[in-house]
Design a protein around this ligand. Structure first.
Ligand code: 13P
Length: 253
């Protein structure tokens, strides 16, 4: 059975005080209410990772994630954060290739492939994002486009390395817009991505890879999305900033 996972991508939100309140509320609710086999990952701004690690460390079901990291392990890259640094403060997952990073920070496929490598080399797990724009969705080849993002960012890895990779399908037109992919649209894309993985790595790797859905996922639509056979959880933006709603999403399986 592949791992079910719900990750909260806080993006550039919350002051330290607000972050401390949110994390303690989520920790308490997950402890009291959540099924033990769903992994819950919180991805706050880097600035808070070391502080929040102490809250999450005692809870095996929860883990800390970063929202990005640099492709080099160290060096003269003012303002950047590296994979070894993230590892050293207790981070386990790193979101890579989010559409906001690709769009606003011009991250390329080549950089993302390097980031995937440095993350894995340092014992971290990438949550690799992919997804099409509305324009692409309205064309004919959006499935081939999203598959090509996996090819470019991940297919240099060995089958063994793939055990630590999580994929997040996030249609750009659904991010922060209130427009969610229907469960059928999500299922169709997830099944196509899994088939694409099978073509490269074989059925076993494809069947064992966790594929998350992201894009206006909330407590109302999560149960239907998570019921799809190829949807293994969610990468949650806006709804992860509210403890009650986020934990309700965690409980949606
Ligand atoms: P929203 O849930 O706010 O649409 O954001 C999704 C996302 O980008 C998570 O990475």
């Amino acid at each position: 059975m592949r791992k079910q996972l719900v990750a909260g991508n806080w993006k550039m939100n919350k002051t330290l005080d607000e972050a401390l309140i949110l994390v303690s509320e989520v920790v308490n609710m997950v402890n009291d209410e959540a099924k033990g086999d769903v992994k819950v990952v919180l991805c706050p701004p880097d600035l808070y990772l070391a502080t929040l690690a102490r809250y999450l460390e005692p809870i095996t079901q929860m883990a800390l994630g970063a929202q990005n990291c640099h492709q080099k392990a160290s060096g003269a890259y003012t303002g950047e954060v590296s994979a070894p640094m993230l590892k050293s403060v207790g981070v386990e997952y790193v979101i890579l290739g989010h559409s906001e990073r690709r769009q606003y920070f011009a991250e390329t496929d080549q950089q993302l492939a390097e980031k995937v490598d440095v993350v894995l080399e340092n014992g971290l797990k990438p949550i690799f994002c992919c997804g099409e724009s509305l324009e692409q969705r309205n064309g004919n080849d959006f499935i081939a486009f999203v598959c090509s993002q996996l090819t470019a960012g991940l297919f240099h890895l060995s089958a063994g390395q793939f055990a630590d990779v999580v994929i997040a399908y996030e249609p750009i037109w659904a991010i922060g817009t209130g427009l969610t992919a229907s469960s059928q649209q999500a299922q169709d894309m997830h099944a196509a991505l899994r088939q694409h993985l099978a073509g490269q790595y074989g059925e076993a790797v494809a069947e064992n890879t966790t594929i998350l859905y992201g894009g206006s996922c909330n407590e109302k639509n999560a149960p239907e999305l998570f019921a799809c056979p190829d949807v293994d959880g969610g990468l949650i933006g806006g709804a992860s900033l509210k403890s009650r709603e986020f934990v309700n999403i965690v409980k949606s399986f």
